[in-house]
Design a protein around this ligand. Sequence first.
Ligand code: ATP
Ligand code: ZN
Length: 284
Amino acid sequence: MALKIAIQKSGRLYDDSVKLLKECGIEFNNSLNRLRTEASNFPMEILFLRDDDIPQYVADKVADIGIVGENVLLEKQKDVKIFEHLGFGKCRLSIALPKGVKYKGIQSLDGMRIATSYNNILTGFLKKNKIKAEIHEISGSVEIAPGIGLADAICDLVSSGSTLFTNGLKEVETVMKSEALLIGNHKLSKQEQVVVNKLIFRIQAVKKASKNKYILLNAPNKNLDKIVSLIPGMKSPTILPLAEKGWSSVHSVVLEDEFWEVIEKIKDAGAQGILVIPIEKMVL
Ligand code: ATP
Ligand code: ZN
């Protein structure tokens, strides 16, 4: 039995989806123009699809699981299970107006024509905020709609905002934040669920590892307690004596976010030869 996973065929989620599966130790041939491929060392078949089709395929169990943006899942309104937030494909769905138009809060959208490919999400957002606006559903290049007189505003995905900027638009409201999700069909067999659990276990190990760094340093024994207390390690750090008398080698794991602060403090406490090494997998 091979578990079928649907991932984007090409586009913004493709590279990170393939990278994640490979980091999970799953080997497969992803040469261009393939529609499906079998993993060589894991019971998995990979289907390459348009992202818009993934929620439907998973809901219908053409694929058992899939990787898709939260934005697409919410728009398609398909009933599937959410297994994991994957931490990539981060963006937001926002409303933007031409730079010159005054914006005095959400009421300013009343009566406007808003172009979007996210009809369902936008409808819900406008309703929640009691705004009466006209939605123009278009499928691509939404950002040019105001410039050609098709709409007064747009509702589209933004990450850096540079596309908005080059089209003379400014972001005024965030409708939702999004990232890639691992989704699955509600009715997986026991056997399929076992494979999914294996995959989730590996994904969590990869995600955890990417947030942590392995740190190695040399510490003078007289300051050892102080240095160790500064390192928020997994449990307690490993301490080994160095050949040089009065010195020890300290090994531990620190969170990437805390790492600059930690490094500065331990350096001030006399630590030397600090090495920071990426971690590939982490299982606690
Ligand atoms: P497809 O051909 O598969 O339909 P697409 O053109 O609809 O592709 P992409 O532009 O590749 O989709 O985006 C795929 C997903 O990547 C989006 O649905 C969203 O979840 C995520 N994403 C992350 N950053 C951005 C961004 N700046 N703009 C658009 N999508 C983004
Ligand atoms: Zn799409």
